[in-house]
Ligand binder design. Structure first.
Ligand code: ZN
Ligand code: ZN
Length: 135
């Protein structure tokens, strides 16, 4: 993947890419922790720099729901959306709406050529839904 994006293959890049693949929607702290287990000597700054380079190269997608820190994922280029739990901040993938009214078909595109729709669904995840009262 790195070579395909014309990026030099370095151990920190490989380790960060592997960590993002293994932990979708992880924040920098978790990614740093995962990379550290493989490369104990890597610095915070190095991980930040690699994440920035991978994001710029399109190998990694950065998402940041409001009220959350930046998260990274390796599922790029399919314009999928996210559902975020208001209570615990859990994030899950939601495929792009399909059918009669795909979300990329804006009601009025204002003449723009649209290639992405940034949709975030908010709600309460299964873990956070109060258990039904048993009587
Ligand atoms: Zn939750
Ligand atoms: Zn995702």
């Amino acid at each position: 993947m790195l070579r395909g994006a014309a990026l030099r293959v370095t151990r920190p890049r490989l380790a960060v890419l592997t960590a993002v693949h293994a932990h979708p929607h992880a924040d920098t702290v978790s990614i740093f922790g995962a990379v550290r287990t493989e490369l104990p000597e890597v610095s915070h700054q190095a991980v930040y720099d690699v994440l920035r380079a991978l994001t710029a190269a399109g190998l990694v997608r950065r998402i940041q729901p409001s009220g959350s820190v930046a998260r990274y994922e390796s599922r790029v280029g399919d314009n999928h959306h996210h559902v975020v739990c208001r209570s615990c901040g859990a994030i899950a993938d939601v495929d792009c709406a399909v059918g009669e009214t795909p979300c990329l078909t804006a009601s009025d595109d204002q003449g723009f050529s649209i290639d992405e729709a940034d949709v975030t669904y908010w709600g309460i995840c299964l873990e956070c839904v109060p258990a039904p009262a048993t009587s």
